[in-house]
Design a protein around this ligand. Structure first.
Ligand code: COI
Length: 355
């Protein structure tokens, strides 16, 4: 592996207050970059001061959205260590997204070495206020200047970081979710199982409509039957119905969330049976009406564990658990965040110390 070149910023930025700061708007002093060229592979891994990119206006990413990304966090433990959560899972998912988008894989050792070196250099940016962390955004963009619809022959891999508080302004309080019955997010055979920018671009219109009506996000239905629940876009969803835990199966149009996977592993270790299967809107609404829908929550890196207190479908609203965080949701939140922030014993070996 080529050595990582480090160019330090001459002037360091002031750290922002995280009180009420919008998610992902204030970036740390440095970023990791690495180039790819056909015939040469990945080369010139480097950490440089955070700055704008210079790219050709004809770069493939601007026209055909050949781009993939990841979301991770670095956490400050009570003794001041900086911890990552299951980082190799993010490398695997980035590479699986890259494969779908015809992009080159990033070797795991370079990704992890670049990430660790960046975090170590910017470790003062990992906040130590409760419920805050340093959000990490690795991404690959297609940089060849060409307007023919073909895979790019050059790419840029970058990692940027930003200190964050809660993703939703509600914090750990329940969010209101609108079930979308017009737009669709993804279809099997498409790119729904990947983290590519296009999935998120296509979700913005419904998200804006929902926000105008006072909802935090939309819950997507499958694109074919328009009856089966998929995910929220910024998080996967889980329901507790009549004592059972149900989450939509990974059918190809749902993101394989790392927080989702961790919750399933935690719940199994607590003796719960998890049903990963199709769950229709009819089953969910029937459970909401007869009172068997006990809890609902979202899972995601940015969203962590986010209780869902209300769902709305075709103008009808249903409260879940009296719009209060449920016991199981709270237990998942406490255990997962306890492991992530190094406050709870990590019997799974998920937490990785960087420095
Ligand atoms: C994450 O949870 O890290 C995500 O990537 C979701 C999002 C903010 C787009």
């Amino acid at each position: 592996m080529e050595n990582i070149r480090i160019e330090k910023a001459k002037v360091l930025k002031a750290k922002p207050s995280l009180d009420g700061i919008p998610f992902g708007t204030y970036f740390s002093d440095h970023m990791f970059l690495m180039d790819y060229d056909e015939g040469k592979g990945w080369h010139d891994p480097r950490i440089v001061p955070y700055a704008n990119f210079e790219l050709s206006p004809a770069a493939v990413v601007f026209h055909y959205a050949q781009e993939v990304f990841e979301g991770m966090k670095a956490y400050r433990s009570p003794v001041g260590d900086v911890l990552l959560f299951r980082p190799t899972e993010n490398v695997k998912r980035l590479n699986s997204s890259a494969e779908r988008m015809c992009m080159p894989q990033v070797p795991e050792d370079i990704f992890i070495a670049g990430l660790n070196a960046l975090i170590e250099l910017d470790k003062d940016w990992v906040p130590n206020v409760p419920d805050t962390s340093l959000y990490i955004r690795p991404f690959i963009i297609a940089t060849s200047p060409q307007l023919g619809v073909h895979a790019s022959s050059s790419y840029l891999f970058a990692i940027i970081t930003c200190p964050v508080g809660s993703y939703y302004s509600e914090g750990i309080n329940p969010v209101r979710i609108m079930i979308e019955n017009n737009d669709v997010r993804a279809v099997r055979g498409g790119t729904g199982h990947t983290k590519c920018g296009g999935n998120y671009a296509a979700s913005i219109r419904a998200g804006e409509r929902a926000e105008k009506k006072g909802y935090s996000q939309v819950l997507w239905l499958d694109a074919i039957t328009r009856r089966n629940i998929e995910e929220v876009g910024s998080m996967n969803v889980m329901f507790k119905i009549g004592g059972k835990i149900i989450t939509p199966a990974l059918t190809g149009s749902v993101l394989p969330g790392i927080t989702r996977k961790s919750c399933i592993e935690l719940l199994k270790s607590w003796g719960y049976d998890i049903e990963e299967r199709e769950i229709s809107i009819d089953e969910l609404l029937a459970a909401a009406k007869d009172g068997s829908l006990e809890e609902a929550w979202g899972t995601g890196t940015a969203a962590v564990i986010s209780p869902i207190g209300e769902i709305s479908f075709e103008g009808e609203n249903h409260l879940i658990g009296n719009n209060k965080i449920g016991n199981l949701t709270q237990r998942l939140y406490d255990t997962l965040t306890g492991i992530q922030w190094g406050k709870t014993e990590d019997t799974f070996g998920w937490s990785v110390k960087v420095c």
